[in-house]
Design a protein around this ligand. Structure first.
Ligand code: ADP
Ligand code: G6P
Length: 734
């Protein structure tokens, strides 16, 4: 039976050695708590790190580690201390984490830790590959494993791979700072589906892919040579039932926890005082220090609340080997001390601060007891604590104050949304929350609960898996069939048998790959040699049919005895002959059109005009991809309005708009060329829209081939220019 393989840096259980025995505790953090419910109900395996290094596990406990993980349907990845220093404390948490949370000044760029990140991703890949069986689906999680999708895809192209990022994906302007940005993007693009919590992260990612890797991005799809990748947002939910049920039971429980008893004592002694809760890992992205300062400001601005409120702050220890976390710990300790010192009275302490991990029951104690939750991250991928708080409010009272910088804020607009850097706003939000009438609280929470209940973590995972299984190989959507070995053999057979052969070859994007400067794309020696060898075969004619101007083509193919067709069919140079126009054409329209193109060049950096005798081309390959596309469609509209009266055509090529007499195109030129001659082997190959005329107009038995996977009228396609060379070699070797 096929299974789902979940992979994350941390397993849902963390192992410790106590008295020479293995002990397991649940992992904290949104990823582990959320995915645990998904994993529990499935038949899959979870691959990840146990929390123990190789050095920490004594030889006699190695088997126990494996056993403890197997019990939970997990497979451990073995990491040593060097890996943890370089990969985990290093690249993951000193480079990616700060950069992706916009703490640019904290991000360190160390080559050694990058090497370690690569090495550890390879270690994960080995374990995954050992565990994959045919038909399995792979789901990779989070920023520690961004190279993993490509490592798996390389070995197992048949396996569907999903990737989900649990933290923000930063804007292109921030992501581009990373020295290894290309490698990270290429690693992620090994996936078939890439998921983010919000549309903004998705948008940032797509923008980076199109700007940095220059891949074609349309809507939420990225087109590679041989595959398409879907990118979408799936806001992660929580195990709603688990939290709601626990809260329900908690209210009626006879055996209260020690913590709850202590909380109740305080409630009884000051019945009208309110408790404000904050729970997070101790992380600078969570805005804990700012929160305390804002609370101080609140007590100063609204002194009537002194003795009437308590901030119950739970900070869970996290990544304490990273200097920024140590500094934060110190800062928070000092702030709590200072504020408690400043405001406390004999009967009142303004902040109760817990720095530890708590069992689930105590989390529920806190969620259900506190009337207000104050969550103020500076940046947060999602923030599940906000959702968990709402789920536990079974009587629908309670107010959530949430930072707009948390992914969760986008789905929780009924919460009191604040900017975590605006103390004025936080202080006012606290006042509003404390004084909010109960019916208003219930009204807001009703909406929130309904939404969280419906889009819970199971639904989230189901949606993601469904979308992953929906991703199709692009070859399934394109009607042309791939020119594979057997078809190629058949074509070669036909070529050999034929008495009179013709090959129409487009130039840019077909015989030569695109380069930034079109003047640099002259034919290399191998190409010239191949074309010569084909042409020299008996009864074989090669025609290079291009949008290029005749001077360039003529210079490049000066001594090669082939037919050249330039400017999409305006000019023709027969073998051994001179250039001549194929029909009488006008070019007086250029006077009107050129100034329009010039305006577009002025406004769009990186673009330029190519002037030919009977056409004008506006090239935008080197422009910013988004701006280029936008301006191209704007220009196209302007030109189309103009062209109706002038019999002009606007050809949408590969990053070029070409304006010319609409009666001229490659289809017409090619059919005119073969008219009245009995070619019994016809071949036409090209990569863009201008070649489509050729595919459409040539007789049906032509071997028409599109370069690249795009919608086409051609019968066949090949992936890229390298494959075009392979075909030419086979013709030449005939
Ligand atoms: P992050 O993923 O950045 O840590 P989230 O708010 O998304 O932040 O997720 C935190 C998760 O960790 C929540 O599911 C929460 O229940 C859990 N958690 C927080 N504090 C504790 C704690 N003291 N003990 C156990 N689990 C905790
Ligand atoms: C966040 C990350 C997780 C990570 C968790 C705990 O939720 O998105 O990938 O596991 O924090 O952090 P830690 O470094 O302890 O694994």
């Amino acid at each position: 039976m096929s299974k789902t393989i979940i992979i994350s840096n941390r397993l849902p259980l963390q192992l410790k050695i106590e008295n020479n025995k293995i002990e397991a505790t649940p992992s904290v953090g949104g990823l582990a708590t959320g995915m645990k419910s998904v994993h529990r109900d499935g038949n899959g395996v979870w691959i990840g790190w146990t929390g123990l290094t190789e050095e920490e596990i004594p030889a006699d406990l190695v088997d126990d580690v494996v056993e403890a993980t197997i019990e939970e349907q997990c497979v451990p990845v073995s990491l040593n201390q060097d890996d943890i220093d370089g990969f985990y404390y290093g690249f993951s948490n000193r480079t990616i984490w700060p950069l992706f949370h916009y703490f640019i000044e904290y991000a360190e760029f160390e080559k050694e830790s990058w090497q370690s990140y690569k090495r550890v991703n390879e270690k994960y890949a080995e374990v995954v590959l050992d565990n994959i069986e045919e038909g399995d689906t792979v789901w990779v999680h989070d920023y520690q494993l961004m190279l993993l999708p490509a490592l798996i895809k390389k070995e197992r192209p048949d396996v569907q791979i999903g990737f989900f990022l649990h933290i923000p994906f930063p804007s292109y302007e921030v992501f581009r700072i990373l020295p290894w940005r290309e490698e990270i993007l290429k690693g992620l693009l090994g996936s078939d589906l890439i998921g983010f919590h919000t549309y903004d992260y998705q948008r940032h990612f797509l923008s980076s892919v199109s700007r940095i890797l220059r891949h074609e991005v349309s809507f939420n799809e990225i087109t590679l040579k041989d595959r398409m990748i879907t990118v979408n947002s799936f806001p992660m939910g929580i195990d709603y039932k688990k939290f709601a049920d626990a809260a329900e039971k908690h209210d009626t429980a006879k055996n209260q926890s020690e913590l709850q008893r202590r909380l109740d004592l305080h409630i009884d002694s000051t019945p009208d005082a309110k408790m404000i809760l904050s729970i997070d890992r101790l992380d600078y992205s969570k805005g804990i220090a700012n929160r305390i300062r804002a609370y101080e400001y609140f007590l100063e601005k609204y002194p009537q609340f002194k003795e009437k409120v308590r901030l119950v702050m739970l900070a869970v220890p996290s990544r304490s080997n990273v200097p920024q976390y140590q500094l934060l710990k110190k800062e928070v300790d000092e702030l709590v001390g200072r504020i408690n010192g400043k405001f406390a009275s004999v009967s009142w302490t303004p902040i109760w601060y817990f720095y530890r991990s708590m069992p689930f029951e105590n989390l529920i104690d806190l969620y259900t007891t506190c009337e207000v939750a104050l969550l103020t991250p500076i940046r947060d991928g999602m923030n599940l604590v906000a959702k968990e708080y709402i789920a536990t409010r079974t009587n629908k009272t309670g107010v959530l104050i949430l930072s707009e910088m948390a992914g969760a804020a986008q789905e929780m607009s009924e919460a009191v949304i604040i900017n975590p850097n605006n103390f004025e706003e936080i202080a006012d939000a606290l006042k509003l929350a404390i004084e909010m009438p109960e019916d208003e609280q219930i009204k807001r929470n009703k909406f929130l609960q309904k939404r969280l209940k419906r889009y819970n973590v199971e639904k989230w995972a189901e949606d993601f898996m469904h979308a992953l299984h929906e991703t199709t190989h692009k070859s399934d959507i394109v009607e042309a069939v791939r020119m594979q070995r057997e078809r190629e053999d058949q074509m070669l057979e036909d070529y050999k048998k034929a008495n009179k052969r013709i090959l129409f070859l487009d130039y840019d994007g077909t015989l030569r790959a695109f380069v930034n400067n079109p003047d640099d794309a002259s034919p290399d020696d191998e190409l010239i040699e191949l074309v010569r060898r084909i042409e020299s075969q008996e009864n074989t004619e090669v025609v290079i049919i291009s949008g290029r101007d005749r001077h360039t083509l003529g210079k490049w193919w000066q001594d090669v005895p082939i037919t050249l067709i330039a400017e999409h069919g305006v000019w023709k140079r027969p073998i051994g002959g001179e250039w001549a126009v194929t029909e009488a054409l006008k070019n007086d329209w250029m006077e009107t059109v050129k100034p329009i193109l010039e305006k577009f060049v002025d406004r769009t950096a990186g673009t330029f005009i190519e002037e030919k005798n009977y056409s004008l081309a506006w090239h935008y390959r080197n422009a910013d991809p988004d701006l280029g596309e936008k301006r191209a469609s704007e220009l196209s509209t302007v030109l189309k309005e103009l062209s109706a009266n002038n019999k002009l055509g606007v050809l949408d090529g590969n990053k070029v708009l070409e304006i010319k007499d609409s009666t001229i195109h490659k289809g017409k030129a090619a059919t005119k060329h073969i008219f009245d001659k009995n070619y019994d082997f016809k071949f036409a190959i090209g990569d863009d829209w201008t070649d489509e005329y050729m595919f459409q107009d040539l007789p049906e038995d032509t071997y028409s081939i599109k370069v690249g996977l795009q919608k086409t009228a051609a019968r066949f396609y090949v992936d890229d220019t390298d494959r075009v060379r392979d075909l030419l070699k086979r013709f030449a070797d005939n």
